[in-house]
Write a protein that binds this ligand. Structure first.
Ligand code: ATP
Length: 206
């Protein structure tokens, strides 16, 4: 069975940055956000259902989903959020499991921003948390997305706090230092984790 390492962390913590370093080593990476995007790709049946429910304003001019708008709408509307989750979660889970099953590498890195919030930790054999200070998270997420600070603060408030995430972690990557100084340190840390995961995966399958 594929050994699953769940990688999580808050918005803007550096999950993709760390996942890319695992990918450089040849580790298969399955990103829940990418799968979530693909199941609502332009022309998909799920996107049609979303447009029917929210109206065409939820689409961009090119027919793709306007994710930022959808996120803002459901953020303040519990019923709509539940409707959307009930539609998307089973489809995402199915697609994710198919991809996990298709892997033949000793382990898979499964990147899931809401791993803890959505109670998915039991599906992983190991949990890796990318840790940063909340103020750094806020600045990096704002710089990347040109998002309003208020929106990012709201998203952070809806995610589990730093302490809870660290409590659940088997392993932690400290991503507080700026990449200009820390890329090699980060790469070394990822290499150590990778070697450890290869061993754990081997024991798991013995
Ligand atoms: P999200 O869940 O919001 O998609 P994420 O956890 O995947 O975010 P990244 O996209 O990897 O986070 O990082 C967020 C932003 O911060 C990116 O623009 C990235 O280039 C930058 N970043 C990540 N780590 C560092 C670092 N150590 N120093 C400086 N910038 C960083």
């Amino acid at each position: 069975m594929t050994y699953i390492v769940g990688l999580t962390g808050g918005i803007g913590s550096g999950k993709s940055t760390v996942a890319d370093l695992f990918a450089e080593l040849g580790v298969p990476v399955i990103d829940a956000d990418i799968v979530a995007r693909e199941v609502v790709a332009k022309g998909s049946p799920l996107l049609a259902q979303i447009a029917e429910n929210f109206g065409d304003e939820v689409l961009l001019e090119n027919g793709e989903l306007n994710r930022a708008r959808l996120r803002e709408w459901v953020f303040n509307d519990e019923a709509q959020k539940n409707w959307l989750n009930d539609l998307l979660h089973p489809a995402i889970r199915e697609e994710m499991q198919a991809r996990l099953r298709a892997q033949s590498y000793p382990y898979v890195l499964w990147v899931v921003p809401l791993l803890i919030e959505n109670k998915l930790t039991a599906l992983c054999q190991r949990i890796l948390v990318v840790d940063v200070l909340p103020e750094t998270q806020l600045l990096r997420a704002a710089r990347r997305d040109k998002n309003k600070l208020e929106l990012i603060k709201n998203i952070m408030a809806a995610q589990v706090g730093r302490e809870e995430r660290l409590r659940v972690a088997d392993d932690i990557v400290d991503n507080n230092a700026d990449l200009t100084d820390s890329l090699e340190i980060l790469r070394q840390k990822v290499l150590e984790l990778h070697q450890h995961y290869l061993q754990l995966a081997e024991q798991y399958n013995d």
